[in-house]
Write a protein that binds this ligand. Sequence first.
Ligand code: NDP
Length: 241
Amino acid sequence: MARVAVVSGGTRGIGAAISKALKGAGYAVAANYAGNDAAAAAFKEETGIPVYKWDVSNYKQCAEGLKQVESDLGPVEILVNNAGITRDTPFHKMTPEQWFEVINTNLNSLFNMTRPVIEGMRERGFGRIVSISSINGQKGQFGQANYSASKAGDIGFTKALALESAGKGITVNVVCPGYIATEMVRAVPKDVLDKKILPLIPTGRLGEPEEIARCVAFLVSDEAGFITGSTLSANGGQYMA
Ligand code: NDP
């Protein structure tokens, strides 16, 4: 039986690349999304991967959604916490809504998604949890006090849970991407990209979603059982933590 993998925000961008890579590696993948039904339908049509709509910032929806996945596909053995948002603005102008939306979606989601599956993983003696943080959670970024706080929190969560889970065959790791060529970054004007962003990246190019997906596919593999609590930077040399 193929291991079951859930990818939050798994229908677009980096998450879609992760879902496809895990399917390619032989896992039974379930891709979660928030509200873009058209993108989710197109993704399902293209890949044949089942899609599940719920809001990762809502604990009850996560518990119910994960229960549905388990009844459709079997126990969740691999969890990829990828869903994330930005609401950028300098902190002195930031609203409570901008703060809490980002913390709830990028950080509280790790509790909401992981808590319902961790007991089953402990009982079965196997689990793989990978969360997608960001270079900006490692180094901070102007206009991103909310985002950087949430992404730094993802790293702390990973280290603590890794310690608690190591004796139960469960690994917990975090990947910190740099600038990745998703729709969001591709929409940046070419001269801004060429003059302001690319000079910061020693490799001289953006990363591809598939390069992050390959990091995740490695970390969730049975062969990566000795790697836990680690932070894997994939940023073209832009920041060396
Ligand atoms: P996208 O905006 O391209 O895709 C986000 C995905 O997450 C979508 O599937 C979206 O669903 C889903 N999503 C958003 N909010 C929720 C929610 N509340 N509940 C469930 N699903 C949700 O993002 P990226 O691919 O660019 O980013 C993926 C992750 O990588 C994020 O955590 C991001 O912070 C991180 N990252 C990205 C970088 C980049 O350069 N792109 C750099 C560093 C980190 P829907 O389609 O329904 O909206």
